[in-house]
Ligand binder design. Structure first.
Ligand SMILES: [Zn+2]
Length: 364
């Protein structure tokens, strides 16, 4: 491999590509695009939707490579100090070290390497800029409007080690609930109808339909009250109030069922959808999951563990179409926190794991 994964990771971390820094978003996109300029036999396509750029590089001139690797170049915001990568005790620390500049570096270096072969496997890499803000103009657009498909998708955007394979992620539904009251002076509340009181009572009913479950990995539907607003003055009976709630649901449910449930529970509220995302689920007996597990065992002496994750990733757009999605990562942790890190040795090994899996798929 000519390109150095660790060096590329550091280059990517140094670009503070959070959604509030559009110049850095452009800069990271240009870095990724320029990275492949010298590679022959690589098909490079760029897309733009709602101001969000995406890049797809592929060894085949097709919308349907066998293997599709998916990464996002955006990160959640942090102090500028976190965009200066540091090495400490075998770890690389910085924003995106875990989620997911290091994994992007792995996939970019691997794509570049694969083009050196006279007969490369059928593989593409999709890099987008909007995963942290929903993925609708990135992977959603590329899959559901441009028409990208694959036999198997590799999405290194979850898990905390290569052998922990995440096969299910919860869906997400963000709702706004609004109620109207009748205004009055605060000294005569009996003359009005307090909108905040109504909203609190409504939310208490909603809590009862999302009870806390027993699963150790919290595999049940949850609801979080994220924001609440209403009222203008202490001495007024407020005439309106609203809140936003974040519902995460398992593959047993769907956003339309959840939405109906909420509306039936609180008919006094106007219920609006802000964000809706599908759950993601791949069966453990899927042949590609089994192949990935065999590669881990036979070549790297790692025993696969299958897990579920309450968060989401862009693989859900392919999972919804029945495509198996394999989510693993190098040994890493503390994503989105001030101490986000990746194990440097594991990062280098991760290239070997992906290379071996892709080679095995090409032999099928
Ligand atoms: Zn991520």
């Amino acid at each position: 491999m000519k390109k150095n994964v660790l060096a590329v990771t550091k280059d990517l971390i140094k670009i503070p590509s959070s959604p509030n820094r559009p110049e850095a978003m452009q800069q990271v996109f240009d870095y990724a695009k320029d990275f492949f300029q010298a590679d022959k036999n690589l098909f490079i396509k760029t897309y733009l939707r709602n101001g969000k750029s995406s890049l797809v590089v592929s060894t085949v001139d097709s919308l349907s490579p066998d293997v599709l690797m998916i990464g996002h170049l955006d990160v959640v915001d942090a102090d500028l100090a976190m965009f200066e990568p540091k090495e400490e005790n075998g770890k690389l620390i910085g924003r995106g070290a875990c989620d997911m500049k290091s994994e992007n570096a792995v996939m970019m270096c691997l794509m570049s390497e694969l083009t050196e072969s006279s007969n490369p496997p059928s593989v593409a890499l999709m890099l987008t800029l909007d995963e942290e803000t929903g993925g609708f103009d990135g992977v959603n657009y590329l899959v559901n409007e441009i028409g990208y498909r694959c036999k198997v998708a590799l999405v290194p955007d979850g898990s905390s080690s290569p052998e922990e394979i995440i096969l299910a992620n919860k869906g997400v539904l963000h709702l706004r609930l609004s109620v109207i009251g009748v205004p009055a002076h605060g000294s005569a509340p009996w003359l009005g109808e307090n909108a905040i009181d109504k909203l609190i009572q409504a939310y208490q009913k909603i809590r009862t339909v999302f009870p806390v479950g027993n699963d150790s990995d919290h595999w049940y539907d949850t609801c979080n009250l994220g924001t609440i607003s209403g009222g203008k003055a202490t001495n007024q009976v407020p005439d309106s109030a609203s809140c936003t709630i974040d519902i995460r649901f398992t593959e047993k449910n769907s956003s339309s069922v959840i939405l109906d449930l909420v509306r039936q529970t609180v008919p006094e509220c106007l219920v609006e959808t802000i964000v809706s995302g599908l759950p993601c689920s791949t069966p453990t007996n899927d042949p590609f999951v089994q192949l990935f597990s065999e590669v881990l065992k036979n070549k790297f002496n790692l025993s696969a563990r299958y897990g579920r994750n309450c968060g989401g990733h862009d693989g859900r757009f392919l999972s919804a179409l029945g495509v198996p999605v394999i989510v693993t990562r190098p040994i890493s942790g503390d994503q989105h926190s001030e101490k986000e890190w990746v194990d440097i040795e594991s990062l280098k090994n991760f290239v070997d794991i992906y290379r071996e899996f892709i080679n095995q798929v090409s032999k099928l």
